[in-house]
Design a protein around this ligand. Structure first.
Ligand code: AMP
Length: 113
């Protein structure tokens, strides 16, 4: 796949405020926050989107979700939060590297726009 800005963040070629990292994933603050807390959780493997996940990624997918919950707890989102992944053009995906948006610190609306 073609490289995205997130690969450069993983390699520390582009600065980001990293809040969590391990061998499989990275979490950093969104540059254009849509809530008081807005963190992106990404795999280090450059998978384009949720729809590109394969059976071989089952453990990684679970790890990303567990990491999101851990980061939410670490950041004190005790009143709740929202986890979103935008997938494809109509899903509103702008960066073609799988990422989960962790949003918190305010009451969320439903339905989303
Ligand atoms: P999406 O529209 O779901 O693809 O979300 C991409 C997200 O990446 C947006 O919320 C952007 O604000 C965020 N983003 C883009 N570039 C950066 C960056 N250099 N550092 C942090 N977040 C970024």
């Amino acid at each position: 796949m073609s490289e995205t800005i997130f690969s450069k963040i993983i390699r520390r070629e582009v600065p980001a405020e990293i809040v969590y990292e391990d061998d499989q994933c990275l979490a950093f603050r969104d540059i254009d926050p849509q809530a008081p807390t807005h963190v992106l959780i990404i795999p280090k493997e450059p998978i384009r989107s949720l729809s590109e996940l394969e059976e071989e990624h089952q453990a990684l997918a679970g790890h990303l979700l567990l990491t999101a919950a851990k980061v939410a707890a670490d950041l004190g989102l005790d009143s709740g939060y929202r986890l979103v992944t935008n997938c494809g053009k109509e899903g509103g995906q702008a960066v073609d590297h799988l990422h989960f948006h962790l949003l918190g610190g305010r009451a969320m609306q439903w339905p989303p726009g």
